[in-house]
Design a protein around this ligand. Structure first.
Ligand SMILES: *[C@@H]1O[C@H](CO)[C@@H](O)[C@H](O)[C@H]1NC(C)=O
Length: 354
């Protein structure tokens, strides 16, 4: 059942519920150093309420994520959590929704701001609305005033070593996932995205050149029904887009400005019927004389229904040298359906392989 190298590292084990932390050894790509809450205790979320954002009640998800020590956060039962303000997560955490059907929905989203080492795994995030702002506790010993939020599903700001895996996301107010202002070492894998306009934004500012150090891996995801654009939309950094299934887009799939490097390998791109949207790629605010030097490569991608990937960059590009673990080895695009078959949340039951 495990069809890709991240999943096959843990999914076939019957005793996954007793050995949850094995998961942290399975991440590949630029986020491969993420261990989340592996070195910490388990924290069992038993209460789905979010009534007090200044003094969160023990047993709630908000109380779990503001703790400063490493924690592996799990859920006692299936629950719908309506966040009344953005959920501000501290470093060294895993939010692990396996074994329960956890929805963060009809409220605010998740914020990772100036933190490191966070795993979010196997939850649903949908119908996310802008937060009104106000006083919010962001750690055991600190609270602060937050301004109005955008309504992102997961907002990553100045943060690194982040792994988002097997998340089902749809219908946010702003982006589903944004990573900006010096964020890097991120892997987004096995997620399923539907019903949304601006799916992912990496780098929000043309003026913030530090985002040239951003490295993000996007692997084994399914970009599905009713998506419009930004899968992702990139500025500055280096983006490895490998073995994803793009079955729907209305405007474009992959776009960018400020000369990002985009290496697309082994993806399947099925273009929409609309003749104006056959192009996978989209360069924003740049003339051809400028973007012709941007390194946008397509290797072993499967282009269907008239999809066009417009490549650019030097004809004989320099070999890019990376740590072996940073780069997921692509399979040809013909394998993508199999590799992404279980994208989105999984229904895991104790004592049965997931
Ligand atoms: C997270 O864990 C690492 C390694 O154990 C530690 O060095 C770091 O201080 C922790 N971060 C925070 C913010 O507690």
């Amino acid at each position: 059942m495990a069809t890709n190298p991240i999943d096959s590292c843990w999914r076939c084990k019957k005793n996954w519920a007793k050995n949850r932390k094995i998961l942290a050894k399975c991440v590949l790509g630029f986020g491969h150093k993420t261990s989340g809450g592996s070195n910490g205790d388990y924290y069992l979320v038993t209460d789905n309420s979010d009534n007090d954002v200044l003094n969160p009640k023990p047993g709630t998800l908000r109380h779990a994520v503001i703790q400063k020590r490493p924690l592996w956060i799990i859920f006692a039962r299936t629950m719908h959590i309506k966040l009344s303000q953005e959920l501000i997560v501290q470093s060294n955490k895993t939010i692990d929704g396996r074994g329960a059907d956890v929805h963060i929905a009809y409220g605010c989203g998740i914020t990772l701001q100036f933190v490191h080492n966070v795993i979010i795994h196997n939850i649903h995030i949908h119908h996310i609305f802008p937060s009104s702002g106000g006083l919010i506790r962001d750690s055991e010993d600190h609270f602060g005033f937050r301004t109005v939020g955008d309504g992102d599903g997961i907002s990553i700001f100045g943060s690194s070593n982040i792994w988002l895996d097997h998340i089902s996301m749809s219908e946010g107010q702003d982006g589903l996932i944004d990573a900006i202002q010096g964020s890097t070492a991120i892997t987004i894998s096995n997620c399923h995205f539907t019903h949304h306009n601006d799916v992912m934004l990496f780098g929000a500012s043309d003026a913030y050149s530090k985002d040239q150090f951003m490295q993000v891996t996007i692997a084994f995801n399914h970009f599905g029904k009713e998506l419009i654009q930004r899968m992702p939309r990139c500025r500055w950094g280096f983006f490895h887009v490998v073995n994803n299934d793009y079955t729907h887009w209305k405007m474009y799939a992959i776009g960018g400005s400020m000369h990002p490097t985009i290496i697309s390998q082994g993806n399947r791109f099925i273009a929409p019927h609309d003749l104006n949207a056959k192009e996978v790629t989209h360069r924003i605010y740049a003339s051809e004389s400028e973007w012709k030097n941007w390194v946008w490569r397509s290797e072993e991608d499967l282009l269907m229904n008239g999809a066009i990937f417009r490549t650019s960059g030097p004809l004989s590009p320099p070999d890019l040298k990376f740590n072996e673990k940073d780069i997921i080895k692509a399979k040809p695009g013909t394998y993508v359906r199999t590799l992404t078959r279980f994208a989105g949340t999984l229904k895991c039951k104790e004592r049965i392989k997931c």
